[in-house]
Design a protein around this ligand. Structure first.
Ligand code: GLN
Length: 322
């Protein structure tokens, strides 16, 4: 088959309309009250190839907050600021097999360190290591990285930030635990404020697809070979996405979909197909990034229709890295 954008578009449109009707057993996140306002029937996908070709379908223009997907980026920024070994001395790279906001796992790892940068405990620890005194200073390089990848500066959704901040008992509990055990490297309140802000940055699935595409290409912008993220850091981010990106559904996602991905409770998923030499059949998919939005979540906090759609695409187009 000759691989044209129209050909891909037709398939993706069909699959999106099929999976859009399959959100019935999902629930929109409600523990952050404002997230409950999302439309549970929305489903959209954007795919950006490493040549810039884009296929987008469904509810592709709805802005949403980045939530836990920000953890990938703060991890990258912290590694760039402090060096990999500094970060890895303080946060492990093991999946927890537990929920994203688990406290139990923090206690198990008490003498060691938080399990990984993609559960809340590890992410809050990473955020405390960002340089700067205030939350805005800490997030400046995070925004700069986003701007470099997206060619615009995404904005904070203040309503989500406030809702998150005012309903943050669990994250505060995690923060106090980290403070008591000596993992926090910044003031607790500044750290939490930074964390709530990073989660409340508003993006679209096109943005996620573009970020995914750059990580898929080991941190390099294929258009001009500019290194945006050091290769070693991008590789580690991909390994963490594959092993820890979908919380306690990461094993199943690796088994049935098989690509690095990271979800967030607003219903976004970033996924990517690492560039591989063998991809002559579907060159567009080699080194591509994928952004998905579907706010109805499964019991692990992952987009229910989003996972099904990704699984279908990965199987049809042989995207599994295995
Ligand atoms: N802001 C959310 C929280 O800390 C992020 C969690 C998520 O997206 N899974 O609870």
């Amino acid at each position: 088959t000759e691989l044209t954008q129209e050909w891909l578009q037709e398939y993706v449109d069909d699959w999106v309309s099929f999976y859009r009707k399959r959100t019935a057993d999902g629930e929109v996140a409600s523990y952050i009250p404002i997230l409950e306002e999302a439309n549970r029937d929305h489903l959209g996908i954007s795919i950006v190839g490493n040549n810039g070709m884009t296929v987008r379908s469904g509810d592709a223009d709805i802005p949403f907050t980045i939530q836990s997907i920000s953890k990938v980026l703060t991890f990258v920024v912290a590694c760039m600021e402090r060096g990999l070994s500094y970060i890895l001395d303080r946060v492990d790279v093991e999946p927890t097999g537990g929920s994203f906001n688990s406290i139990m796992h923090l206690e198990i790892s008490r003498v060691e360190k938080p399990f990984n940068p993609f559960v809340n405990a590890g992410a809050i620890t990473v955020t405390s290591m960002l340089e700067g005194k205030t939350s805005d200073q800490k997030l400046e390089p995070f925004y700069e990285l986003l701007e470099k990848m997206l060619d615009y500066r995404p904005a904070l959704n203040v309503d989500v930030y406030e809702s998150e901040r005012d309903s943050s008992m669990r994250n505060r509990a995690i923060g106090y635990y980290l403070l008591e055990t000596g993992f926090l490297e910044s003031d607790l309140n500044v750290t939490l404020e930074t964390y709530f802000k990073q989660c409340s940055v508003e993006i679209t699935i096109d943005d996620l697809a573009r970020i995914g595409m750059i990580i898929a290409n080991d941190g390099e912008n294929p258009a001009n070979q500019e290194e945006i993220i050091p290769r070693q850091v991008a590789r580690l981010a991909k390994a963490l996405m594959l092993t820890c990106g979908m919380y306690d559904a990461s094993g199943k996602f690796a088994a049935y979909v098989g690509v690095p991905a990271k979800s967030g409770v607003s219903g976004g998923i970033i996924a990517l197909s690492p560039s591989r030499a063998r991809d002559e059949t579907l060159p567009f998919m080699s080194g591509c990034g994928i952004g998905v939005y579907g706010p109805a979540l499964d019991d692990k906090g992952n987009s229910i229709a989003g996972i099904r759609l990704l699984r279908h695409i990965a199987n049809q187009w042989d995207l599994s890295v295995f």
